[in-house]
Design a binder for this molecule. Structure first.
Ligand SMILES: [Zn+2]
Length: 420
């Protein structure tokens, strides 16, 4: 029907032409001129009516877009007789930008003499790689006799969400003291992420026969203004090096920490706090207690230390309110690269020993040439019995063929049995 209406002006003009021809056929010149004009008019009308619309896509026929982004259809051009006819186009789009897939958009234009359909393919794809987050150190150091304790990992993807359960872990030997753990994860579109952790094994030096007969004097819980300087003076006079497992200190005692380092003694971390209820509440609390003092020591002296002693020792039972914490911490501090030292000779100066003679006897009674002798003493405030016994202990050691050393990398790590 529309076509018929479209053709009607032509039919009308042809009929009109014929009538004009009949009317003026006697005058040949007028007839010819009229015929030409009418023919031209007919051609012009025909061209106008048969003109097809300009209808084309803007942009490519095939478009790829990333999932969960913004997608806007680049659209199309539609004009007829120089006029915009976009509003006549029916667009059918089923693109779901949140779902990977292949979608079609169709554009349908109906006009006088027919219809025209354009289409566009939209590929919604995921090309973004998932992410793997490794907990703990990327350069993991542990003793070779300790079982590796994976610090954990997680993986997430922009499309799949949590894909931690898709992570695979492979082991690649680098040497007999080093290996790599390779964590790989693929998302559902095949995008892959790989990351690595290096595990370095170090040898525990629990037994070092060359250190048999060495006395390692260790002083815990300092520094204190009245005890530590006196102990340092005695050690200096005797030319003996010792080890101080210190606690947090005031700025007034900073010079003592400097003196310990400057005079060649070893400094170890006992803890920023000695409060069992605080530090053994969690692994996190314990490590913060360790790190906090490490940072302070570094600020004061410029050195960092890799030796530590647990408040109460690794065998303590005061931490039992947190079941198994010492079992976990002893592994954890070693995995962090620390060596922890307990003791195998107890001076008793924080408890049983009442006099300087008690302290002296407790120490010399257990000295042995068949082991490294790690002696526990304290330089907390007013510990006069230790100050007064120290000179005699050192003299006894020297006179009986013992040597004295500060704890160093060759010192056997004396460990108690863990009780919690
Ligand atoms: Zn202590």
């Amino acid at each position: 029907m529309e076509r018929l209406i479209g053709f009607s002006p032509i039919i009308l003009s042809v009929l009109l032409s014929i009538i004009v021809c009949i009317l003026i056929r006697k005058n040949k010149k007028v007839f010819l001129a009229s015929l030409i004009i009418l023919t031209l008019v007919n051609i012009a009308i025909a061209l106008y009516i048969f003109e097809k619309p300009i209808f084309s896509l803007i942009g490519d026929e095939k478009i790829e877009v990333a999932v969960k982004t913004n997608f806007s259809d680049p659209g199309f051009n539609a004009t007829l007789h120089g006029k915009d006819i976009k509003e006549k186009v029916l667009v059918n789009s089923k693109v779901d930008i949140n779902k990977i897939g292949e979608y079609n958009i169709t554009y349908k234009l109906e006009y006088l003499l027919g219809e025209k359909i354009l289409s566009r393919k939209v590929l919604v794809t995921d090309k973004e790689k998932p992410e793997i987050i490794l907990n703990g150190d990327i350069d993991y150091i542990m003793y070779s006799n300790v079982k590796y304790n994976e610090p954990g990992y997680s993986a997430k993807d922009n499309y799949d969400g949590d894909i931690t359960n898709k992570v695979t872990v492979a082991k690649e030997e680098i040497s007999d003291k080093k290996y790599k753990l390779i964590y790989t994860v693929n998302d559902s579109s095949g995008n892959q992420t790989i990351c690595e952790r290096t595990v370095t094994l170090i040898e525990p030096s629990k037994v070092n026969p060359s250190k048999n007969g060495v006395i390692y004097l260790t002083f815990d819980d300092g520094p204190s203004a009245n005890t530590t300087p006196k102990i340092l003076d005695i050690l200096k006079k005797q030319n003996v090096k010792a080890t101080f497992f210190i606690l947090n200190y005031s700025s007034a005692n900073e010079y003592l920490v400097k003196r310990i380092v400057d005079e060649g003694h070893s400094i170890g971390i006992h803890g920023y706090s000695h409060n069992y209820k605080e530090i053994y509440t969690s692994e996190k609390n314990y490590l913060e207690n360790l790190d906090k003092l490490q940072e302070k020591i570094k600020k004061t002296t410029g050195v960092t230390t890799n030796i530590t002693r647990f408040p109460g020792g690794s065998s303590n039972t005061v931490s039992k309110f947190n079941k198994g914490i010492m079992t976990r911490l002893t592994k954890l501090v070693e995995a962090k690269g620390y060596k922890y030292y307990d003791w195998n000779i107890e001076s008793g100066d924080s408890g049983g020993a009442k006099t300087k003679e008690d302290v002296y006897n407790n120490v010399i009674k257990y000295l042995s040439k068949k082991k490294a002798n790690v002696v526990l003493m304290h330089d907390f405030s007013s510990n006069n019995k230790t100050i007064n016994a120290l000179n005699d202990i050192i003299n006894y050691g020297k006179n009986n063929g013992y040597t004295f050393e500060a704890i160093n990398d060759e010192t056997p790590t004396i460990h108690h049995r863990v009780n919690n």
